[in-house]
Design a protein around this ligand. Structure first.
Ligand code: HEC
Ligand SMILES: [Cu+2]
Length: 319
């Protein structure tokens, strides 16, 4: 209904329709109470106005049933809005198992995208219809924000920290992508298109021009080129810890803390190795800040995630 009269942008996901329904509901409730209260103000002001100069107000004692009535009704409405909103919020922010991992790097003033099997694109994002997608995003410079109105979803893209955005597009078509955080002179030009394709078209598109090595393959090359393997050979006498099975594991640190080896931890280990020292090791690792850009860090992480995994070819590589 809301799509027919063009008050709202197209809706290309189930979440988008849910967001529209909540918005509509909140608008109706607000308009209803605004109208009711305004009307009552006018009615009471006229009806109970002062009629002659010596008229005194009568004191009213109050009424318990009335007070319960106007406390319980707003409470019920507020709780209902909260429960409904929270449900949609959780649905928006949950990533189903087996989501398609795609990495996005924001940069003044463009969106760079890399698919898990290697195809890259700039200011375009191709995804299959009906398949859950998870974007892992980071910025090379300032804060950007990845916004797709048709999906009613938006997430800040930060320098120095990964953020995630999950969605399932349910309608084939082409939709706008905007940067929703002012990021400099050409912020308004930082736009792109989301292309939602049938699965077969997506597969065909994946193998088209612009496909290159998968991030994990680029990562393996970088790992050798940057000589990471000299210290992380995985051998017992190696100067650095083995990286096999590291991703997602708990890492005991020299100061007694235990941290989870997530994307941000791996990224920090490459750029600021001295911040968290693995228990039992010396702080020998040099920093690679300035030698690798965000995309290369993503590739190194994608490669490290394949280490020690049962079958590297089938391992999910988010970055
Ligand atoms: C000079 C030897 C050396 C080189 C070269 C080196 N590392 Fe390290 N690395 C270490 C040592 C020693 C540690 C453990 C101490 C620490 O946490 O800093 C470590 C820790 C790590 C950790 C955290 C491991 C864990 O178990 O939590 C990661 C991830 C890592 N290195 C990745 C890399 C990558 C990627 C490269 C190449 C870009 C690299 N290292 C190059 C010596 C090295
Ligand atoms: Cu931007």
């Amino acid at each position: 209904m809301t799509q027919e009269f063009k008050l709202l942008p197209q809706a290309a996901s189930e979440v988008a329709s849910s967001v529209d329904h909540i918005t509509l509901y909140l608008t109706v409730v607000s308009v209803f109470f605004t109208a009711l209260i305004s009307l009552l103000v006018i009615v009471f002001a006229t009806r109970y106005r002062r009629r002659h100069a010596d008229q005194r107000a009568e004191q009213i004692e109050g009424s318990l049933p009335l007070e319960i009535f106007w406390t319980v009704i707003p409470l019920a409405i507020a709780l209902f809005s909260f429960a409904w909103g929270a449900r949609v919020f959780f649905r928006m922010n949950s990533t189903p198992e087996g989501s398609l991992p795609i990495s996005v790097t924001g940069k003044q003033w463009m969106w760079k995208v890399q698919h898990p099997e290697g195809r890259r694109e700039i200011n375009d994002l191709h995804v299959p219809v009906g398949v859950p997608v998870e974007l892992t995003m980071i910025s090379e410079d300032v804060i950007h924000s990845f916004y797709v109105p048709a999906l009613r979803t938006k997430r800040d893209v930060l320098p120095g920290r990964y953020s995630k955005l999950a969605f399932v597009a349910n309608k084939v078509g082409v939709y706008d992508i905007f940067c929703a955080e002012y990021c400099g002179t050409k912020h308004s030009k930082m736009i792109g298109k989301l292309h939602v394709l049938e699965d077969s078209q997506y597969q065909a598109w994946l193998s088209g021009a612009g496909s290159g090595p998968a991030p994990r393959e680029d990562g393996a090359q970088l790992f050798a080129a940057l000589r990471c393997d000299t210290c992380h050979s995985g051998q017992d006498n190696s100067r650095g810890p083995s990286l096999a099975g590291l991703f997602g594991a708990d890492v005991p640190l020299a100061d007694g803390q235990v941290v989870k080896a997530d994307l941000d931890y791996l990224r920090e280990s490459i750029l600021k190795p001295a911040v968290k020292i693995v228990a039992g090791y010396q702080p020998l690792m040099p920093t690679y800040a300035g030698q690798v850009n965000e995309e290369q860090i993503g590739q190194l992480i994608a490669y490290m995630r394949t280490l020690g995994a049962p079958d590297p070819a089938s391992t999910e590589t988010t970055r």
